[in-house]
Design a protein around this ligand. Sequence first.
Ligand SMILES: Cc1cc2nc3c(=O)[nH]c(=O)nc-3n(C[C@H](O)[C@H](O)[C@H](O)COP(=O)(O)OP(=O)(O)OC[C@H]3O[C@@H](n4cnc5c(N)ncnc54)[C@H](O)[C@@H]3O)c2cc1C
Length: 295
Amino acid sequence: MKPPKFAYLRPQTLAEAVKALHAADGDGKVIAGGQSLIPMLNFRLLNPGVLIDINRIAELDFVRVRADGGLDIGALTRHHTLETADIVRERFPVLHAAMQHVAHLAIRNRGTIGGSITHADPAAELPLMMVLLDAQISLVSSRGARELEAQEFFLGPLTSAVEEDEIVTQIRLPGLPQGAGWAFEEVARRSGDFALAAVGVVLHVDAGRVVEARVGVMGVGDVAQRMFEAETILFGQTCDESTLDDAVASVRAGVEPSTDLHASADYRRHLVGVLVRRALKDAWNRATGALHAGN
Ligand SMILES: Cc1cc2nc3c(=O)[nH]c(=O)nc-3n(C[C@H](O)[C@H](O)[C@H](O)COP(=O)(O)OP(=O)(O)OC[C@H]3O[C@@H](n4cnc5c(N)ncnc54)[C@H](O)[C@@H]3O)c2cc1C
């Protein structure tokens, strides 16, 4: 299918893009990698009067190290950059690992972090990474700038908090504790497909006990979500089998998967528990040195 007719603008600066989006008065759409937007146009699910192409805006394309060891990532950063950049691999190996599962190389060459999180697919890896890594997301419009926590950014399936006149500019990832263990686990029917379910874990262990646990899941609800009850169960523990049993049971009780063509809700609920157990074991082993932290 072909997209409906639209006007096309290619601003060179962020200020020009903000102005163009404001002028479109609700009838404009930002286009970044186009990997989700173009299919939606082709299927006539959207019918914007004007596309505002942000690909020439160099000020949106960066990955910078922060003083706290974290990263500031421009909205136009391509998936392939996140997959291959050494500073991402060193500082956020869990993000580096997750990026290997995003679609196929041709799509990762074009797709952007800003586009993926704005699109807010419930089975996409980057929204999961945002909630796992406590990202802060910066937006700008002609009304001014604002910043949202990842927890308030994802509102529902294919629905983010980005207003029709707003542009995502930057994603801030606060630094992780030194030596934190991590793991990413995903099951998809074929390599590159959207996930049936996936799990990200970060564990900070001190003196043989978990002092901070983060457990994020996706594919098993309307949005990627943190499993706060499981995190509380893990706090102060050693990831022994009984603690893992309790954490897994809590995750299975806390998700609301749906049945679709690819898998039943029961299967997804079972699967996410299996993935949480695997991920917690790996993260624990990395944090305690049983697995090399960079592996
Ligand atoms: C065959 C196929 C398989 C895929 N598999 C996966 C997968 O396994 N995992 C996965 O995570 N993704 C997958 N994707 C999606 C891919 O990652 C997309 O690149 C991503 O979802 C959208 O990024 P984009 O830069 O292409 O955004 P676009 O398609 O350009 O835009 C998507 C939406 O975001 C808006 N937007 C874009 N940038 C901004 C911005 N800076 N500010 C405000 N609004 C903005 C657009 O207006 C649009 O509404 C797949 C895509 C395809 C075609």
